[in-house]
Design a protein around this ligand. Structure first.
Ligand SMILES: [Zn+2]
Length: 460
């Protein structure tokens, strides 16, 4: 546990102003990316479905909980049931919504400007307020006299920044210790993979992973007639109370079509390439340039997000926050580092046989990376940014063969190049993955989650 003692000062106010302005700027860009760029056709309609049904409708069973006012009205009855000395005001809580700043929230809680500046400064010491996002929440616990005592900012993955106000103001960050649970399930495909996953209660975001990796080998419209089997093995991080944190991570997938079986084995966390098997034989190795990122725009003709006209989109885009690591998708040599007009800051890697990959709009290039340097698939080469003509932070990833852009998701040369990269123990790994799936599938449903493999994280 670390605690910092801070005095209020004008610096806090300045930091807040700058931080809030930059935060707004960054978010504006991001929402433009979302508005302009398009998902692959197969995923679009079903994404809309997902966002609707992501929010279960509790209105019928718990009408009163929907309105914060209703909760507040119920409150005065509580103290009468408790002895007076245990009286403690109910905490004041707000969930951050689009457009909120920390100062605005503190103002809503009717804190005076001096204290607001002090709290802001204290939080800023532990958490960069430009990272404040909708869904985070602020809770203020007051003393029976009405003085703010603790201020808790709950950010992502159960992490809390806690400010304690006494004679001085102290800050500490509480990080939960998640456990990793392995889970498995199987389904019969009916409709798109996305819809099928959602209906079965499996994480629907896996549809994006599967589409990205199998897009080249499987024609999702033609090959999925309904009735195909999909089996998945994945890991989830959970807190003690069962809350999921982070994103679930696929370990193994098996898609049984009428006339073919595709399997994917994902590596352990540190590596980044997945191995794809067709009827038990290695088909290719997939090494995404931004592991886990959302594919936000595909290759081909599209309406340009900045210029508005129809243009050829010469690569694919991955939406990811500024600073997210960008990795080489295959082994090769760095051929160019620098600026290229609308591409902004780019790294280009030459893979031989006239094949080149280009990573554009980078905010930074990995230190020490220089022209002529050898890289392997999965090596970090830079960070996601918005340099050049970009509506927001994203990686524009391009594959060129003899100078001409080709679809990175279907290019055979990249496949051949990656094939050489297949891990030596690929067949053994497939066997182990199949066994793990079978074992986990055989566990009763409720036994799956507590199957703890390891723990990670420290309390600080
Ligand atoms: Zn692009």
């Amino acid at each position: 546990m670390k605690a910092r003692y801070l005095a209020a000062g004008i610096g806090g106010t300045l930091a807040l102003t700058a931080g809030a302005a930059m935060f707004l700027e960054e978010r504006r860009e991001t929402s433009q990316v979302l508005a302009h760029e398009s998902l692959p056709d197969a995923l679009v309609a079903s994404s809309a479905l997902a966002s609707e049904s992501d929010l279960p409708d509790f209105s019928a069973s718990f009408p009163i909980l929907r309105k914060p006012e209703a909760v507040a009205l119920a409150f005065p009855s509580i103290p009468t049931e408790l002895p007076p000395e245990s009286f403690e005001p109910l905490p004041w809580t707000r969930t951050v919504v689009q457009g909120d700043t920390l100062d605005a929230l503190l103002r809503q809680a009717e804190l005076d400007p001096g204290l607001r500046a002090e709290i802001t400064l204290a939080i800023q010491a532990e958490f960069d307020l430009r990272g404040l996002r909708p869904g985070h929440s602020l809770t203020i616990q007051r003393s029976p006299e009405g003085q703010p005592r603790t201020i808790t900012l709950a950010i992502d993955d159960g992490v809390q920044v806690v400010i304690t106000i006494g004679k001085t103001v102290s800050t500490r960050t509480i990080e939960p210790v998640p456990v990793i649970a392995e889970r498995a399930d199987e389904l019969l495909i009916n409709g798109s993979i996305f819809v099928s996953l959602e209906r079965s209660g499996m994480p629907a975001r896996f549809a994006v992973d599967l589409a990205q990796i199998l897009g080249n080998a499987v024609d999702f419209r033609r090959d999925l007639q309904g009735g195909e089997t999909l089996k998945l093995l994945w890991q989830e991080k959970q807190l003690e109370d069962g809350t999921e944190v982070g994103e679930p991570r696929l370990v193994y997938a098996a898609l049984q079509l009428a006339d073919a079986r595709f399997e994917i084995v994902w590596p352990d966390a540190e590596e980044s390439s997945a191995t794809i098997y067709h009827d038990g034989e290695i088909l290719r190795v997939f090494s995404p340039p931004v592991p886990g990122a959302r594919l936000s725009s595909v290759f081909g003709q599209r309406k340009h997000p900045v210029y508005g006209n129809m243009r050829m989109h010469t690569g694919v885009d991955f939406a990811a926050p500024r600073g997210t690591p960008v990795k080489a998708t295959g082994p090769g040599r760095v051929a160019f580092i620098g600026r290229r007009g609308g591409y902004g800051r780019v790294v280009e890697i030459s893979h031989g046989s006239g094949t080149m990959t280009r990573y554009a709009h980078l905010s930074g290039v990995t230190e020490g990376l220089e022209k002529g340097r050898r890289v392997d698939a999965g090596d970090q080469i830079g960070q996601v940014g918005a340099t050049g003509t970009a509506t927001g932070p994203n990686l524009h990833y391009e594959v060129r063969v003899e100078g001409r852009p080709v679809d990175p998701m279907s290019d055979d040369r990249m496949t051949q190049m990656a094939q050489a990269e297949a891990p030596a123990d690929a067949t053994a790994r497939l066997r182990v993955a199949r066994l793990r799936l079978a074992e986990t599938l055989n566990l009763p449903r409720r036994r799956q989650a507590p199957a703890v493999l390891s723990t990670k994280g420290d309390r600080t």
